[in-house]
Design a protein around this ligand. Sequence first.
Ligand SMILES: Cc1cc2nc3c(=O)[nH]c(=O)nc-3n(C[C@H](O)[C@H](O)[C@H](O)COP(=O)(O)OP(=O)(O)OC[C@H]3O[C@@H](n4cnc5c(N)ncnc54)[C@H](O)[C@@H]3O)c2cc1C
Length: 479
Amino acid sequence: MSGETAEDCVETMNNFKSSGIGSILNLSVEVDLNESELALQTPVEIRKRFNANADSVARQISTCILTASALAKSFADIKITALSSPFLLQQVSSNLTAFQTAFGNLPQDQNGKISKEEFGQLANLLPGISCIRGSQNAVVEQLFQEADQDQDGRVDWVDIAYTVSLNRDETRSLFAIASKTNASSATIPGHSNDDLDDYRRLLTRIETLCDQAAATQTRLMIAAEQTYFQPAIDNLVLHFQEHFNRALGPDEPLIYNTYQMYLKDALDRLCRDYTRSQRNGFILAAKLVRGAYMVSERKRAHELGLPDPICDGIHATHASFDAGVDFMLERIARGQDKGAKEVPSRLPLPACSSVVLVVASHNKDSVIRTCRRMQELGLAPKSSTVMFGQLTGMCDQVSYTLARYSYEIYKCVPYGPIHHTVPYLIRRAQENSSVLGGVAVECSLIVQELRARFVARLSHAQIQTAPAVSASSTTLMQQ
Ligand SMILES: Cc1cc2nc3c(=O)[nH]c(=O)nc-3n(C[C@H](O)[C@H](O)[C@H](O)COP(=O)(O)OP(=O)(O)OC[C@H]3O[C@@H](n4cnc5c(N)ncnc54)[C@H](O)[C@@H]3O)c2cc1C
């Protein structure tokens, strides 16, 4: 941890900058499901508490963006779970998965498309569809026409997910349960109107942060979290990439999503999002990681009798990671041949590369392999389309070497109040002890950090929330 407040990190960020290394400023606040928390409060109290907490975190992230913006070309890292109720995100994830599964159960052609009639069947599974009075067929017809951009009379999942979405005011109510009767008959479980209001609040919080990031030219990196939240997170990130990844001009997408390549379906998801980016004319900015939740994901899958979402063994994860990197690098290289376009798009594509990659790994072989592939594909180290990311205090020798050879390298600079950052520190310790036997030193540093901060707390240190950035610190960083 670089400190408890964004301001505490300024010195570290400046030190990195003087060595040619950028920063990803990271407020390490995240929220997980904790059923026992719900027992003592009414639903109204719970909703109020989560919204108040999310508003407070949004203000802290705003400070994070402001601090990052003072240092040119920094990132601010965002965890979506801290901006909403984890229960809402879990529910949205499970509904989106149910919707996608229902699509998958329909007969598709060789291009993964369904007919208008099948689209109608799918729409009829939405809980809110029965609330449309009189004109249900007209609504379904209109949605189909919107989704069928290439007008071949058929639509695929990319078309549908974009058109029939919780993110759109026009279609959000299709996911609403209007009454208990609807709830029990709907194949896709819906959301209460209160939940949909909370979802709108979440959209507003993220949009406000994106506006601030765009105004200050600070890129946002959205973290990937547990699989039971991730469909909701992806759905949100794609929506905001669609709006903001044209905003900063050539080669400067604003919003970066994270792909956990240890997941069995990660490469499919990356390919699908690439198709969506080409179709809708936005830059796909993707940070590829192996993934930080292996231990807890496997434990949960085992306890609930669910299939293990993680690749079978470390070699399968390595292969998935390499395949993801190759997929992105090849598209970046192709994008350099101007005009290369693989799928018809509804909006013009950016003139620059339509793909930007961050390789976030401490694995030396992955870093070397990426550099070699870049060379083979004619991608210059400082191309602004390929970057590397590593955590502060981990793999520093690799980071400094990359910087020395002019590669774009960013260190993640985490901070936060101790009671919020413990999950982050525990994951780092787990990661190091279960996987990186060779870096026992770094592991013991984390334990030392935890111990030091608890001791500091016991000796009455004040736990602060992130304060506004002082003028002196921002001036310092601009130098
Ligand atoms: C800048 C940065 C940002 C990051 N952001 C995120 C994020 O938003 N979300 C997130 O989840 N992670 C994130 N990570 C990744 C995570 O924190 C770990 O650093 C990363 O998973 C370790 O992988 P590696 O490539 O560095 O190392 P390696 O040592 O090559 O790989 C270790 C990883 O391989 C996988 N693995 C290990 N054993 C097995 C096994 N038996 N079967 C299958 N897979 C196995 C696990 O993912 C493990 O963490 C981020 C990392 C960095 C550097």
